[in-house]
Design a protein around this ligand. Sequence first.
Ligand SMILES: [Zn+2]
Length: 289
Amino acid sequence: MNSNVKHIHFCVGHLLVTVTLLFARSASAESAVIFDNRGAVLGASGQPFTIFPFYVGAGWGSITPPSAAVRAHQAYLTNLAAFTSGTFVPPGIQPFIKQYRVVAGASVGPAAGDTTAPPRLLGSEDIKTIITNAQAKPPTDIGHLPPYASNVLIMVFPSTTFTPGPDVCAGGLTSGSYHCNAGPNKFFGVVFGSDTATGASDVNQVVSHEVFEAATDPGFPGNLAWDNLGPPNVEVCDSNLNPTFGYNGIKIWQCFDNSLGGQQTTTGYDPPIAFDPVSFLYPTIYPLF
Ligand SMILES: [Zn+2]
């Protein structure tokens, strides 16, 4: 995210969302065409990328069995991956994300994490340490993460009692959500304070923002893929306006869509079509139940 946007989100997250929704109809959409700088992109290899979530702090309750907040995030990520993969999409339509070389879709790994970690300030270097420590644990451990790889995106979710520290990728700025890399083919994202969700529809759409930006520009800032080269740095979801489109009960950020001249996508699809597996029944594609 743009650092100012990120900071605002963290400070007044729900207020901002509420205000934005109130004014969404009268505010004109933003636009930004994002350039292809030919850096690494997730899902471009022909293999789907996998999102591995890691829940940190007591606010998450329990991982096994999963608390409501953990279940909500797993459901959110599963639906986000299904959207990215074009699941249930009508013929001739593709998710907007595919124009950015994210062609192979996504899947989601099992819930993992550490609910005993004491609250503290966490900067991007601390997040990297948390990931490295988790990668050293045996696969049977609930605190295990797989190794980094070109098709792996690790998403760390510190609970509300943690304080965001400096993000070295953004030059040391502090933000409540961002994505970064720990070296070539070592991709991760962070969203603080989203452990209050009771259902997938409650999960902050900032999660989709970071997953899409991590997918389209995972090497930021050293190996740019889709990025306007700034300053200010603008990536595919860095709009100040954050209306959402719906997909199977979740809210997804309306990111910039180059095929629409850089306007924010309104439906999530190219060409734009109002399609939601829940609200738009498409009998031959959508499994009715
Ligand atoms: Zn962003």
